[in-house]
Design a protein around this ligand. Structure first.
Ligand SMILES: Cc1ncc(COP(=O)(O)O)c(C=O)c1O
Length: 355
């Protein structure tokens, strides 16, 4: 006799640890290559002396800081153990068994997983030929069972971004009882003025009485705290409230909360880093285009190479050059923008790819 586990979980892939290649350059996870700022390390070290205590489960101080920064009341915020956990909380908070979550595909890999684990049904709408959300097709895929739509802007893994008027026109046609979640994990790398700040867009929607828009942000990318796991949702109070109800108590740890606040203190310094990454992004994309690769315009801290059947060979080739990229076999490779020397090493590998 064996323990009975949920049969439907058999269809989910088991965790496979990432390949560790000594000395390799890791450009696979959209992290920031530069290490944490000394001021942030200092804040974490000081807070380490109190880790015998539970963290503030309400993250009250950080919530207040974010509310001030974003210009929203504190009841519009929910802090989570990484924005991926907030994705899961959003599904748990909106969907009963079998209700539907809609998202573009390919998009953030966690959407299908968190949707399935929460017992909801995933509806994937293929990206269009420009590797961008097909918003008309997404609208057409909404049914009376749809409870939530993820709009990943910029999209992971393609880097493509939707413009303000496209998103506004989309939201205008989504039924008001369906939550639209703008996932802005890469927002700080956006330099196209036509791509909206989702929080500002959401505020306008709320002011117009449309309470079905929420935004996800993270401290993992631009703020360099991927290892500490902290992100937040900005949402109408009714949504933020249920997010807090499905929150696993104490899951946002004390060091993460302190580091997030220290990172907000050092925001100007961190945004200088982001601008350097954006400049490198332009350089890397330009060189790849010159080599003959197709590279969609990207607003994130990575580039997407839609290599199709050549993806596996490209991945092997990069590994042989000690560069770890993120390959989606049969579709393409996503390559994070790192430090200039890391990008140079990747470009040299790409230049030598002949298959
Ligand atoms: C689009 C998108 N959303 C959310 C996340 C989750 O970030 P985290 O859980 O580290 O906050 C990621 C991470 O890669 C992402 O690409």
């Amino acid at each position: 006799m064996t323990v009975r586990t949920r049969a439907d979980l058999a269809s989910l892939p088991s965790y496979v640890p990432g390949k560790s290649i000594p000395g390799a350059i890791k450009l696979a996870s959209n992290e920031v290559s530069a290490g944490p700022l000394p001021s942030v390390v200092k804040a974490i070290s000081e807070a380490a002396a109190s880790i015998n205590r539970y963290p503030d489960s309400g993250a009250v101080e950080l919530t207040g800081r974010l509310a001030d920064k974003l210009g929203v009341p504190a009841d519009h915020l929910a802090i989570g153990c990484g924005s991926v956990t907030l994705c899961q909380q959003l599904v748990q908070a909106t969907c009963a068994d079998g209700e539907e979550v809609l998202f573009a595909w390919r998009s953030f890999e966690a959407y299908p997983i968190v949707t399935h684990v929460a017992g909801a049904r995933q509806i994937r709408v293929p990206l269009n030929s420009e590797h961008t959300h097909d918003l008309d097709a997404m609208l057409a895929a909404i049914t009376p069972n749809t409870r939530m739509v993820f709009v990943c802007n910029p999209n992971n893994p393609t880097g493509t971004a939707l413009r303000t008027e496209e998103i506004e026109a989309f939201i205008a046609k989504v039924p008001r009882d369906v939550l639209v979640v703008l996932d802005e994990a890469y927002k700080e790398f956006v330099d196209d003025a036509h791509v909206p700040d989702g929080v500002e867009l959401a505020k306008q929607q709320w002011a117009a009485g449309h309470n079905n828009v929420a935004v996800l942000r993270t401290f993992s990318k631009a703020y360099g705290l991927a290892g500490l796991r902290i992100g937040y949702a900005v949402a109408p109070p009714v949504v933020a409230d249920v997010l807090r109800k499905v929150y696993v108590p104490f899951s946002v740890n004390a060091l993460a909360q302190v580091a997030a606040m220290a990172s907000l203190d050092a925001e100007d310094e961190l945004m200088v880093r982001c601008r350097a990454i954006v400049a490198e992004r332009g350089r890397v994309r330009g060189e790849l285009l010159a080599m003959g690769f197709e590279v969609p315009e990207t607003q994130a801290n990575f580039v997407w190479l839609p290599l199709g059947e050549r993806t596996a060979a490209f991945n092997e080739h990069c590994l042989a050059h000690k560069i770890v990229v993120r390959a989606f076999v049969g579709e393409g490779a996503r390559v994070t923008i790192g430090e200039p020397d890391e990008n140079d090493a990747f470009l040299a590998a790409a230049r030598a790819f002949t298959s």
